[in-house]
Write a protein that binds this ligand. Structure first.
Ligand SMILES: [Zn+2]
Length: 135
């Protein structure tokens, strides 16, 4: 029953052109706050769908924008506060000494910007196409 309803939703969402169609089919916009690891007024933090290593968390703004700098300054600050909180939790829970922070923007109108928080461990390669800040 539930699968049929989900399929119907996906088909109707894919027919909605432009911005609202993207929002309806966007992983971050459709994630329930109940399934998020941490939330704030400005963003949600969820486990990475394809983690580079255990504890890889993705932080996304509440608003569907392609680039970090498409957010206004208050939203950027709010998102950064959430990234800092996630960083603190990851380092303390996993006993790692540092994390890599990666900014991943999307092509204009083609997705939802996000920030990766990846525990630094030997052998973990940080992929190209993401702007990494490492400690
Ligand atoms: Zn979105």
């Amino acid at each position: 029953m539930r699968a049929a309803a989900d399929t119907r939703h996906a088909i109707s969402a894919s027919r909605v052109p432009g911005y609202y169609g993207q929002v309806l089919t966007c992983l971050f916009c459709s994630t329930s706050p109940d399934n998020a690891w941490l939330t704030s007024e400005y963003g949600i933090a969820v486990p990475a769908a394809q983690p580079l290593t255990a504890g890889h968390v993705v932080v996304a703004p509440r608003r569907h924008v392609a680039g970090f700098y498409d957010l206004d300054v208050e939203e950027q600050r709010g998102l950064w506060n959430l990234v800092s909180e996630v960083r603190r939790h990851v380092m303390s829970a996993l006993h790692v000494e540092s994390v890599a922070i990666g900014f991943e923007d999307c092509e204009k109108d083609q997705g939802h910007t996000r920030v990766h928080v990846v525990p630094r461990r030997p052998g973990v390669e940080l992929p190209h196409g993401i702007e990494w800040v490492t400690e």
